[in-house]
Structure formats: structure tokens, C-alpha cells
Design a protein around this ligand. Structure first.
Ligand SMILES: Nc1ncnc2c1ncn2[C@@H]1O[C@H](COP(=O)(O)OP(=O)(O)OP(=O)(O)O)[C@@H](O)[C@H]1O
Ligand SMILES: [Mg+2]
Length: 272
């Protein structure tokens, strides 16, 4: 799945982002340089509030860098597009549409390319895969948090985007569903050659799913290290028992803990 020789699809080139605050600009990202190649699965991991969602928002086309450039196939990203399916940190489903209508939404936008019968098939398939078939005509407010999150996943997968940009997509799920959703994602990726950027707080999830892990520092987020995950695809649950999995988990956990500690010491200094 991961080959460095495959073309670069997304490139962060010397990216910095500042946000305005009452005390002047706050630097959130600084000197970010890395590439995501075709077919790669890249996870980004780092302390809360360091700038991970900000990073993804630029790839999604919702935000422009203050300095540097975020490139897609060599061109600066200027806005969102149907090639990039975004799964937001907080669900991202339309409250006024039913489960079925939410899943069909993106397919209907591309109605000229997908026939009615095929759209119905795809919608039904994802409702079933996500365990939502019995709730087809419910609105999101009548679903649990975990069900809303599964709905957001179904909606993004249904349109088969080339890129999946996933911001803590499994955060609101119980452990069993989370593990099932990880395996389902791997299956979707095996069936359709996608390029994925995932933000997660779970080191285990990052190792289990990714071909490469970008560990970022406390704010302003810089690249702390980039780790190649040495396991081939397809992956299976028992990978968690592999001793190399355990070693990698300890190594990454300690890096993330160091960054949390650094962030805490910065906060204390600010409070002084
Ligand atoms: N639009 C904005 N305007 C001003 N400040 C912002 C904006 N978006 C994010 N920030 C600030 O930038 C910093 C990084 O936010 P971001 O959402 O990227 O963090 P994160 O790494 O995704 O955190 P978490 O893991 O908690 O989701 C935070 O301090 C946040 O308050
Ligand atoms: Mg975030």
C-alpha cells in the first residue's frame, strides 16, 4: 500500500498558521513539511490543541496557510472539492435530513454520474454496514452519539472520494464498535485505492491503521518525528499482539507524553 515511489498527492511545504487573538497573532503551526503519497495512510498524533485539525482544514480547503503552501497534485489548495471526503471531529451530519438522506446526500450531488438504482443500492449497503438500516428514516437528533458518528462515516464512504480526511472519526464509539469500524475502514481501503489522513489521539489506532505516523509537538505544532509503520496490509486484529507493535506503541506514547508535558509547562508559565 505504501510506496515512497508512488506520486506525492499532498504536500505541506514550509507551512505556518497564525490565528489572531486579543494579544496579537498566535502561531499554531510552524515549519510543517511533509508529503502524503498516493495510497498512503498517514496518521497525525499530538497533544490536544496543538494544531492537528488546523492542519487538516487546509487540506480540506477550509483554511489557507499564513506562510508556505499546502499542495494537492502540485497545486495550492484553494477550496473544498468532491475528491476529498471529510469526516469532522464532531459528526458533521445534516440534522434536517434523515439517516438515509444524509448518506445519499453526496451521491445526489453527483446525480448525473450515478443512476437512481445504484444510488439506492449504495445507500442501503452503507446503512447496513454501519448498523443503521433500522433507522433509515430517523433524524440525527434521535440517534446516539456513536450512531451519528457511524452516519458521518457512511456518508463520507458512500461517495468514494480519492482522499479521506478523518478527524478523530472513531472518538465517540465504544471499544467494540471502534474496532469494527477500524476493520471496516481497512476493508474499504483494500477495495478502493484511497489516500488517507487521520487525526487520532489513540496510539494503538494510529499503528494499527497507518503506513506512516506524523508525531507533532505541543503548540505551535512542528513535526517531532515521522515513523514508518513496518507492517504490511491487509492487517488483522492479532497484529496488536506482535511484539514490534508493543515496542512501537511504547516509543510513540513516550513521545506524545513528552509533548503533553511540554504543553503543560508552557501553560503554567503563561499562568504565572
Ligand atoms: N479559527 C480559529 N480562530 C482562532 N483560533 C483558532 C481557530 N481554530 C483553532 N484555533 C486555535 O488553534 C489551536 C489549535 O487548534 P486545533 O483545533 O487545530 O487543535 P487540535 O490539535 O485539533 O486539538 P484537539 O486534539 O483538541 O482536537 C487552538 O489553540 C485553537 O484554540
Ligand atoms: Mg482537533
Amino acid at each position: 500500500m505504501t510506496v515512497d515511489t508512488s506520486p506525492v498527492r499532498i504536500r505541506f511545504s514550509d507551512v505556518a498558521v497564525d490565528f489572531p487573538t486579543a494579544d496579537g497573532p498566535m502561531r499554531v503551526l510552524d515549519g510543517i513539511n511533509y508529503d502524503i503519497h498516493q495510497g498512503e495512510f498517514v496518521s497525525v498524533i499530538g497533544p490536544s490543541g496543538c494544531g492537528k485539525t488546523t492542519m487538516m482544514n487546509m487540506v480540506a480547503g477550509f483554511l489557507q496557510p499564513t506562510q508556505g503552501a499546502v499542495l494537492l497534485d502540485g497545486k495550492p489548495i484553494t477550496g473544498p472539492g468532491p475528491d476529498r471526503g471529510v469526516i469532522f471531529q464532531e459528526y458533521g451530519v445534516f440534522p434536517w435530513l434523515t439517516v438515509k438522506e444524509n448518506i445519499a446526500f453526496g451521491l445526489n450531488l453527483r446525480a448525473n454520474r450515478t443512476g437512481r438504482a445504484e444510488r439506492d443500492d449504495i445507500t442501503q449497503r452503507y446503512m447496513t454496514l454501519m448498523g443503521l438500516a433500522d433507522f433509515a428514516h430517523h433524524h440525527p437528533k434521535h440517534l446516539s452519539g456513536g450512531m451519528r458518528q457511524r452516519l458521518a462515516l457512511a456518508r463520507a464512504y458512500a461517495v468514494k472520494p480519492q482522499f479521506l480526511l478523518m478527524d478523530e472519526p472513531f472518538g465517540a464509539l465504544d471499544a467494540q464498535t471502534r474496532s469494527a469500524m477500524q476493520d471496516l475502514l481497512l476493508q474499504v481501503l483494500m477495495a478502493e485505492n484511497k489516500t488517507v489522513m487521520l487525526i487520532t489521539h489513540s496510539v494503538e489506532e494510529a499503528i494499527y491503521l497507518s503506513s506512516r505516523i506524523v508525531v507533532v509537538t505541543a503548540r505551535p505544532a512542528r513535526i517531532r518525528t515521522v515513523i514508518d509503520v513496518p507492517f504490511s496490509y491487509p492487517r488483522a486484529e492479532n497484529l496488536h499482539e506482535d511484539p514490534r507493535f508493543g515496542e512501537l506503541r511504547s516509543q510513540i506514547r513516550s513521545l506524545v507524553m513528552q509533548e503533553y508535558a511540554r504543553q503543560a509547562s508552557q501553560t503554567v508559565r503563561l499562568a504565572d
